[in-house]
Design a protein around this ligand. Structure first.
Ligand SMILES: [Zn+2]
Ligand SMILES: [Zn+2]
Length: 141
């Protein structure tokens, strides 16, 4: 399917042809820290199927194994956009589904690094939900 994505401020955007059955939720601690969220959801997509507009900033993450991964983000608003191989031409872009407009349709089919998943994840469906912000001045953004 065709999707469009952009960072919060719109400085970086992309169009991509994706396989919506390949969405992966990653519970690794690196994804938790990088995203600032309890887990990250990504959609691996061949780099040749992604057309980027604008210039993303890059942070090169070096794993203990020496493996290098480029973490692309907007230099203006800080939104995380994708990750790619840190050596040579990028082959696969792990698109962060939070910045894809069609994210409602991108249902995860696999979870990885489950051993570091936050232990309360399974209880989330029992936590009270407000359809919009609560009446108190609590801000989550
Ligand atoms: Zn931005
Ligand atoms: Zn991860």
């Amino acid at each position: 399917m065709q999707v469009t994505g952009k960072c919060y401020c719109g400085a970086v955007s992309f169009k991509a042809s994706v396989d919506p059955t390949r969405v992966v939720v990653c519970h690794c601690t690196d994804c938790q820290v990088f995203s600032g969220a309890p887990f990250r959801a990504v959609l691996p997509t061949p780099a040749s199927d992604v057309e980027v507009t604008g210039q993303a900033n890059q942070y090169i993450k070096v794993a203990e194994s020496g493996n290098r991964r480029i973490q692309a983000f907007c230099g203006q608003c800080g939104s995380h956009l994708w990750a790619t191989e840190g050596v040579g031409e990028p082959k696969t872009m792990n698109l962060r589904i939070g910045c894809i407009e069609e994210r409602d349709q991108l249902v995860p089919t696999l979870q990885i690094w489950g051993h570091s998943a936050v232990p309360w994840l399974g209880q989330l469906s029992t936590v009270p939900v407000h359809s919009k912000g609560p009446s108190s001045p609590l801000q989550a953004d």
